[in-house]
Ligand binder design. Structure first.
Ligand SMILES: Nc1ncnc2c1ncn2[C@@H]1O[C@H](COP(=O)(O)OP(=O)(O)O)[C@@H](O)[C@H]1O
Ligand SMILES: O=C(OP(=O)(O)O)[C@H](O)COP(=O)(O)O
Length: 383
C-alpha cells in the first residue's frame, strides 16, 4: 500500500502535523480487519535518492504505532526492496503491518524505474494506492508498481477524487471558487480550467495585484508580475466570454513595509499611494466575498487572501474561512484545496466544519487544473 506520509517535522524530527497519517488509517484498518498483512511505502521529504537519517521513516512508524494499536505489530525495515524487504514482507502474519524505509532513499523511485517497481511488486499480492498527496508524481512506488500488480484506490484517494473531481464535473450551483496565494503564474492552469465551470471566481492574495494593475490601477510597492499583465487581461476576457464572474478586491489593507509591525491603512484599490503595498484584501472586499461564499452550494478554496502569516494581514483569509464554515452549516459542499489554505482553516479552527480538507497541495492543484494524475491513471489502466 502506497501512502503519503510526507509529514511536516520540526528541527528535532518530531512530527508537527500527523493529518496525513490519520487520513490513511481507515484503509489500513479495513485491510487488517479483512485479514490482510500490509506493507506500507511512502516518501518523506526530498532526500534526492540518497540515504539520509534526517528523512528516515522512524518517527512516522512510531506515530503510526501510537495511532494503530490494534495492528499486531508495526515493523520497520531499513530496506526498501531486495531480499531483506522480501523476507520481512513474507514473514508478516495477517493483521501485521510493515513500513518500509523512505522510498526516495532509492534514486530509482523518482525516475519511475521499472526495475524498482517490479521489486516493490514482489512485496505484495495487491497494490492499494491511498497516496493522494503524491498521486501527481509518476514514481516507482506510486505509478510504476501499478503496472506489475492489480491496483486499487484506497478510501482516502477515492474520497479526494470524489470531492474535488465531483465538484468540477457535476457541481451543485451556485459554484464559487476562491483563488489566492502569491502569484498568478502559479495558478494560470487552475483559473483557465475553472472558467466556464464555476459561476463566480473570487481572486485574492498577491495574484489579485497583477489583475488590478492590468486594469490600470496603481499598485505602489505591491507584489506584481509585470510579465503577466497580458495574461491577466486575457483571463478576464475569457471569464467574461465563458460566463464566469471574476471578482477582484475593491479595497486593500496596505502596509509601508513587508512586516507584521508595519504601519497600515485601508483604502479603495484605486487609491493606493506610492510606497505602500497591498498585503490583504480590505474589509469591504471580505464582506463581498463572504456573501458570495455563503450563497453558494459548492465552494472550493485554494490560496490565502493575504499574508495571513502576519496577524495584521490575516483578516481577509479568516473572513473567507468563516464564510466557508457558514456555507457548510447551510448544507453547501465546501472543499479546501491544500497548501496554505489548509493551514489557515486549521488556524481558524474550522477544519472539521468543511466537507473536505484535501491532504494534497500539488495534487489538488493539478486536479483543479484538469490534469489526470499519473498515480490514478495507472490504476485505471489496469482495470
Ligand atoms: N498580497 C500579498 N502579497 C505578498 N504575498 C502574499 C499576498 N497574499 C498572499 N501572499 C502569500 O502567498 C503565500 C501563499 O501562496 P501559495 O503558495 O501560492 O498558496 P497555496 O500554498 O495555498 O497554494 C503565503 O505565504 C502568503 O503570505
Ligand atoms: O507533500 C507533498 O506535496 P504538497 O506539499 O504539494 O502537498 C507530496 O508528498 C509530494 O511531495 P513532493 O512535492 O516532494 O513530490
Amino acid at each position: 500500500m502506497r501512502v503519503d506520509f510526507n509529514v511536516p517535522q520540526d528541527e528535532q524530527g518530531a512530527i508537527t502535523d500527523d493529518t496525513r497519517i490519520r487520513a490513511a488509517l481507515p484503509t489500513i484498518r479495513y485491510l487488517l480487519e479483512e485479514g490482510a498483512s500490509v506493507v506500507l511505502m511512502s516518501h518523506l521529504g526530498r532526500p534526492k535518492g540518497k540515504i539520509n537519517p534526517k528523512y528516515s521513516m522512524r518517527p512516522v512508524v512510531e506515530r503510526l504505532f501510537e495511532l494503530l494499536p490494534e495492528a499486531t505489530e508495526v515493523k520497520k525495515t531499513e530496506a526498501i526492496t531486495g531480499p531483506a524487504a522480501e523476507a520481512a514482507a513474507a514473514s508478516l502474519r495477517p493483521g501485521q503491518v510493515l513500513m518500509l524505509e523512505n522510498t526516495r532513499f532509492d534514486a530509482r523511485e523518482e525516475k519511475n524505474d521499472p526495475d524498482m517497481s517490479a521489486e516493490l511488486a514482489r512485496l505484495g499480492d495487491i497494490f492499494v494506492n491511498d497516496a493522494f498527496g503524491a498521486a501527481h508524481r509518476a514514481n516507482a512506488s506510486t505509478e510504476g508498481v501499478a503496472h506489475h500488480l492489480e491496483g486499487v484506490a484506497g478510501f482516502l484517494l477515492e474520497k479526494e477524487l470524489a470531492f474535488i473531481g465531483g465538484a468540477l464535473e457535476n457541481p451543485e450551483r451556485p459554484f464559487v471558487t476562491i483563488i489566492g496565494g502569491a502569484k498568478i503564474s502559479d495558478k494560470i492552469g487552475v483559473i483557465e480550467n475553472l472558467l466556464g465551470k464555476v459561476n463566480t471566481l473570487l481572486i485574492g492574495g498577491g495574484m489579485a495585484n497583477t489583475f488590478l494593475l492590468a486594469q490600470g490601477k496603481a499598485m505602489g510597492k505591491s507584489l506584481v508580475e509585470p510579465d503577466s499583465l497580458d495574461l491577466a487581461r486575457s483571463l478576464m476576457a475569457k471569464a467574461e466570454a465563458a460566463g464566469t464572474r471574476l471578482m477582484l478586491p475593491v479595497d486593500a489593507v496596505l502596509a509601508d513595509a513587508f512586516s507584521a509591525t508595519a504601519n497600515t491603512q485601508v483604502v479603495p484599490v484605486d487609491a493606493i499611494p506610492d510606497g505602500w503595498q497591498m498585503l490583504d484584501i480590505g474589509p469591504e472586499s471580505a464582506k463581498l466575498y463572504a456573501a458570495e461564499v455563503v450563497a453558494a452550494k459548492t465552494v472550493i478554496w485554494n490560496g490565502p487572501m493575504g499574508v495571513f502569516e502576519m496577524a495584521p494581514f490575516a483578516k481577509g483569509t479568516f473572513a473567507v474561512a468563516q464564510a466557508m464554515a457558514d456555507a457548510s452549516a447551510q448544507g453547501a459542499i465546501t472543499i479546501i484545496g491544500g497548501g496554505d489554505s489548509v493551514a489557515a482553516i486549521e488556524q481558524a479552527g474550522f477544519a472539521d466544519k468543511m466537507s473536505h480538507v484535501s491532504t494534497g497541495g500539488g495534487a489538488s492543484l493539478e486536479l483543479l487544473e484538469g490534469k489526470i494524475l499519473p498515480g490514478v491513471a495507472a490504476l485505471a489502466d489496469r482495470a
